[in-house]
Design a protein around this ligand. Structure first.
Ligand code: ALA
Length: 405
């Protein structure tokens, strides 16, 4: 039995204040806080282990290289990829998606092709496709979202046609918390030989991810939302696809041989990892995964579900408050609007009570349009949140109502 209250002590920042109030951090969807184990691993790496990897002939470099590749192996096991070469280190989810759009997309999409995304995509799983579509003369097709905040799969079936060349879809919505039926979508897509990229930025820190079970072709995620450091993330891709894609960035580390007349490229994953990587970030990400594995994802899911249920119930009791998104399967994310008060004003009142939430369009402007709201307040949970913090949130919302009455 995990004592989640005790786990709070692992996160030094939770002892801090926000506007002179004890910090109540309800913005883990934007970025999670870091446990001491991750901070220590990064510091230890810099103090004792740092050297450039895959380049040095000396012990320190060799050890740093082994450490780096061990984390790749760890991530491979964590998401149940078939091969560690299917794990490509990138700066984060955004870079992973841009990589696929610019390499797979540029080499495959032609005029008239269709790329299917959904109405609940974060801009990072929308704009890269829009950019490549414009370049190739391809068209974006959009899966609608129901009033409950779920994907309309009947509409997806209608959208799929011989023109469909790619599907890019969020595993979970950063605004609604909806967990999408990825396996079902992949099945529909693969029946027509359409590859699927999954934006796992939100789901990866809060769900078990098994890429072989999902059978997706690409899966993108970031470390910083999963209790690891910023600036590092992963693109998983099936070997055969990765091998047939042109490189993304050119530079050191991604070549087999270079002549002025011609350059040949290194095998995957190195082909996609030009330049000195974020070695400290990789070490920190590895420590974050150890931390998550020690707690156990099933325990985390159960804990966050309790927080979601409790908060949904308490927030629903507030008159004038409308929760946007009532999907059957949800992460610990709640977006809401309050009659007569702009979300930014609510955010400001909460801030002065020590409560950190996100207010705005959440990089999902088309979804705001869908629900006809300019913005929402978004509360998102991490494994360190408590029921008492939700009570404080509810009191602060009542305060905002009184202030703006
Ligand atoms: N994608 C992050 C969020 O939803 C930044 O807040």
């Amino acid at each position: 039995m995990i004592n989640f209250q005790l786990l709070r002590d692992d996160f030094p920042i939770l002892q801090r204040t926000n506007r002179d109030r004890p910090l109540i951090y309800l913005d883990s969807s934007a970025s999670s806080q870091k446990p001491q184990a991750v901070i220590d691993a990064i510091t230890h790496y810099h103090a004792n282990e740092h050297a450039n990897i895959h380049r040095g002939v000396y012990e320190l470099s060799e050890r740093a290289s082994i450490r780096h590749e061990n984390v790749r192996e760890k991530i491979k096991s964590y998401i149940n990829a078939k091969h560690s070469r299917e794990i490509i280190f990138v700066r984060g989810t955004t870079e992973a998606i841009n990589l696929v759009a610019q390499t797979y997309g540029r080499s495959h999409f032609k005029a008239g092709d269709e790329i299917i995304i959904s109405m609940m995509e974060h801009h990072s799983n929308l704009v890269p496709w829009q950019m490549i579509a414009k370049e190739a003369g391809a068209v974006l097709r959009v899966i609608p979202v129901t009033e409950a905040g779920e994907l309309d799969l009947a509409e997806l079936q209608k959208l799929i046609s011989p023109r469909s060349k790619f599907i890019a879809i969020a595993h979970a919505s950063n605004v609604l918390g909806t967990i999408n039926p990825i396996k079902e979508i992949v099945k529909l897509a693969h029946a027509q030989k359409i590859p699927v990229l999954v934006d796992g930025a939100q789901a990866f820190p809060h769900q078990t991810v098994d890429v072989q079970d999902l059978d997706c072709d690409f899966y993108a995620f970031s470390s910083h939302k999963a209790y690891g450091p910023t600036g590092i993330g992963v693109l998983f891709g099936k070997t055969q696809l990765l091998e047939n894609m042109p490189p993304y960035h050119g530079g050191g580390g991604m070549i087999a041989s270079v002549r002025f007349a011609n350059t040949t490229y290194a095998p995957v994953p190195q082909k996609f990892e030009a330049g000195t990587p974020d070695m400290a970030g990789v070490v920190g990400f590895g420590a974050a995964l150890d931390y998550l594995q020690n707690i156990g994802m099933n325990n985390i899911i159960a804990h966050e579900k309790k927080l979601l249920d409790y908060a949904s119930e308490k927030l629903s009791e507030i008159s004038g408050l409308r929760i946007i998104g009532h999907a059957q399967h949800k992460l610990g994310v709640i977006s809401f609007v309050l009659t007569g008060i702009h979300p930014h004003d609510i955010g400001t009142v909460l801030d002065h009570e020590g409560i950190a939430v996100r207010a705005g369009h959440h990089c999902a402007m088309p979804l705001m349009e869908r629900f006809q709201v300019p913005a929402t307040v978004r509360v998102s949970f991490g494994l360190y949140n408590t029921h008492e913090e939700i009570d404080a949130l509810v009191s602060a919302i009542h305060l905002a109502k009184r202030l703006f009455a």
